[in-house]
Write a protein that binds this ligand. Sequence first.
Ligand SMILES: O=C(O)[C@@H](CO)OP(=O)(O)O
Length: 248
Amino acid sequence: MHQLVLLRHGESVWNQENRFTGWTDVPLSEQGLAEARAAGQLLKARGFDFDLAFTSVQKRAIKTLWTVLEEMDRMWVPVQPSWRLNERHYGALQGLNKAQTAARFGEAQVQRWRRAYDEPPPALEAGDPRHEAGDPRYRELGGAVPRTECLKDTVERVLPYWRDTLAPALRGGRRVIVAAHGNSLRALIKILDGVSDAAIAELNLPTGQPLVYELDAGLRPLRHGYLGDAAAIEASLRAVAAQGRAAT
Ligand SMILES: O=C(O)[C@@H](CO)OP(=O)(O)O
């Protein structure tokens, strides 16, 4: 049996302000840092341990992972960051308030931009200062830094990372934690569980709550579940789903 723990970063300052974030590199809020600490304490109390840790190149996920490893007294565990675990690129919506965007374009349109499998948000235009082109962390992408992504695009970049990096680590017997983002983890879960394009629209992830997968020798999921308090997780899931409602 193989153990894989997935962790969405703690609340970020733009989660708190209900803004589309995507590749914008915003920090954790105070509450997000507290969620990360609690996640580390919970993992430690429940006897979890890790041999390898993977994260994105975005500080809200990296800081969450560092905090978890600090709480577990495991700061020496090797950490591998990759842009392939970044949040889905939110294109020209990055920075906009979700409720105001719903008031302007309608809740149905915002819901499609947020959760439709293959409908990307409007792309950033060439020269938009929000575009991450030129950021040294994306040097290996050359001119191919995305201007927008739908979840399908995110699956296409997460899949090679699963196949070439995460799966071999698990097959080699390593206990793995992946600290990433709502949509890059939705992509990974779609791959792991074979979730349909339609059904994945209904899946949301709470911030800062460890999700444990047990996998068989062929890396097929046997079972999965959250470690934390069920009522708190349910409340967090409802809040994430409601972020695209128009402000009243
Ligand atoms: O804004 C974002 O980058 C993501 C995650 O916070 O939002 P959503 O849940 O709307 O896809």
